[in-house]
Design a protein around this ligand. Structure first.
Ligand SMILES: [Fe+2]
Length: 550
């Protein structure tokens, strides 16, 4: 079904049959390390006979990707050629006849932008620079008929060389759509700009997706960094509002108007602009230009989340004679859409997190009913641990998991006899052995909850010790998950400070002295160090979430 025109490239053909599809497939391995693949159904005929009208191209080569994008946007066919050898490396339409007059070939090396020429023969040739393919400098080149009556000799000659019948050639001519050189040029320029914009936008989208759940502020910063590379304007600003008014205002360094002027602009147009961008070019001599003398042109794009406008993207003073064109406005609109969508995703994420946390709270409240000591203890441990983790510069997602693990660390106590949990006297060995089962019971309870599985290491191992004398698994040093090492410090700190019915809580000095002495044996020294680096913040949390009835 396919054929690669690679006569000048040393190559070897290999045939194999797919075990899964039963199809035979031939690989042509070129010495330039390029691999062309063609596939045809089993028993479809002589495999070594290649059809000269079709070319399958390696999809990942940027030159072919770009050629296909341009062909799709314009409806124009392109041959991808090596500008040195004029070899055809691929086609966007396998039925394209290869017509490339010597006069055109001589001109190819000088083409560095969209190029169109009309020949007296009735053909309009066009070319557009493409990215490299297989290390070769490439050009996309093609032709259309300039009028429906034209029957260019070059076409009939190429068809004859391919042994086309007269009927096939007539059909081919009947399907051609004639086009003037100016329309071809306009189509190609628009498509070229659009493809460039799309590739920049997909890069921006990738960066934004990597941001995950970070705040609007980080997202707005990235957008502002990227927009000047996409649009040659003087400045750009992003304002995002919350329920109480302006929440974020960021602008590029050279933004010609300041924050209050931007606010005045927004106030002036916010009733008039619905969900569509406002574009004002040539402001000199206009009322708006008089009120805002630093503005020569402006685009204001509302940032929409769902059905609500949550902010504005403003771009000022584009540096080209035509002012803001469709391509720039559509780019800014896309950036605003990304900002709106991200906010929407962030809200959904936060809603999901809130749902999860409220579920965990309700799970923990079951335990609170059994053991009054744990009331508020879980919340404090969760907050201490998260603060220590923050001090250790752990990623945001890990801090959330540590917080949830802190809330759940003792949830296994729901499986322990109430009389043991509430006992004021010293525990017997057997009772203590039962208490020591709570990390395993907690692990068993939570392991069935998919959304909470990241908390399991903390729940199971928060009573392990660095010297291996902890429980339930007797893990040592780095065998103990970091989440558990942090929870262990947070849990012990709160336990030592808290008063119980049978003993008074220790002083902070005593607690810190025990932590210092136990660093490296009971607790991880780095975690203890992190605690001391944020001890004031931990003390504030302790005060804030102090139990009143224990
Ligand atoms: Fe515990």
């Amino acid at each position: 079904m396919g054929r690669v025109h690679s006569a000048s490239l040393p190559s070897a053909c290999v045939k194999f049959t797919s075990a899964t599809t039963g199809n035979s497939r031939r690989l042509r391995v070129c010495m330039t390390a390029s691999i062309f693949v063609e596939e045809r159904p089993k028993n479809s005929g002589e495999l070594e006979q290649v059809d000269s009208d079709t070319t399958l191209i390696l999809k990942s080569q940027p030159a072919f990707v770009r050629a296909r994008q341009i062909a799709k946007l314009t409806g124009l066919r392109l041959l991808v050629i090596d500008i040195e050898t004029h070899e055809v490396l691929g086609k966007t339409d396998p039925t394209t006849l290869e017509v490339l007059p010597e006069k055109i070939k001589r001109h190819l090396r000088r083409i560095d932008s969209v190029w169109v020429v009309e020949q007296t023969s009735g053909l309009v040739f066009y070319a557009i620079p493409l990215p490299q393919a297989f290390g070769k400098v490439t050009l996309g080149i093609g032709y259309v008929l300039s009028n429906s009556d034209a029957r260019p000799h070059a076409i009939t000659l190429a068809a004859a060389q391919r042994d086309w019948s007269q009927q096939r050639l007539d059909e081919w001519f009947s399907k051609q759509v004639p086009c003037s050189p100016s329309i071809v040029e306009r189509l190609l320029k628009l498509a070229d700009g659009r493809v460039e914009t799309d590739s920049q936008m997909s890069l921006l989208s990738e960066e934004i997706n990597e941001l995950g759940t970070q705040l609007d502020h980080a997202l707005a910063e990235i957008c502002l960094e990227r927009i000047p590379g996409l649009i040659p304007s003087e400045g750009c600003a992003i304002r995002i509002d919350d329920a109480y008014g302006e929440a974020i205002y960021l602008s590029t360094a050279d933004m010609p108007i300041d924050k209050s002027e931007a606010a005045a602009l927004i106030a002036r147009f916010e009733e008039q602009i619905g969900s569509r961008p406002l574009v004002k070019n040539d402001l000199d001599g206009t009322l708006l230009g008089t009120d805002f003398p630093k503005l020569k042109s402006i685009v204001m794009v509302p940032i929409i989340e769902g059905s609500h406008r949550i902010g504005w993207l403003i771009d000022c003073n584009i540096n080209n004679q035509q002012g803001y064109r469709t391509v720039e406005v559509s780019l800014l609109n896309s950036v605003a859409s990304i900002l709106g969508t991200h906010r929407c995703n962030l809200d959904l994420y936060l809603q999901h997190e809130e749902l999860l946390i409220s579920f965990v709270h309700s799970l923990v409240s079951t335990l609170d009913a059994k053991d009054p000591y744990t009331r508020d203890h879980s919340e404090r441990v969760a907050r201490f641990a998260r603060r220590i983790g923050q001090q250790m510069k752990l990623p945001f997602d890990d801090l959330q998991d540590i917080y949830l693990a802190g809330l759940l660390h003792d949830v296994g106590k729901v499986g322990i006899d109430d009389r043991i949990l509430r006992k004021k006297e010293c525990l017997t060995d057997d009772e203590f052995a039962q208490i020591k089962q709570h990390p395993v019971i907690g692990h068993r309870i939570v392991s069935g909850l998919t959304n909470l599985k990241k908390t399991l290491p903390g729940i199971r191992s928060h009573h392990e010790r660095i010297d291996g004398l902890g429980y339930p698994d007797g893990l040592k040093g780095d065998e103990i998950p970091m989440m558990a090492r942090i929870l262990s410090v947070a849990d012990s700190y709160d336990a030592m400070l808290s008063s119980r019915t049978y003993r008074k809580g220790m002083s902070i000095e005593k607690v810190e002295s025990i932590l210092t002495d136990g660093a490296g044996t009971q607790w991880d020294s780095r975690v203890v160090d992190a605690y001391f680096s944020c001890r004031n913040a931990i003390a504030r949390i302790s005060q804030q979430y102090k139990s009143v009835d224990v």
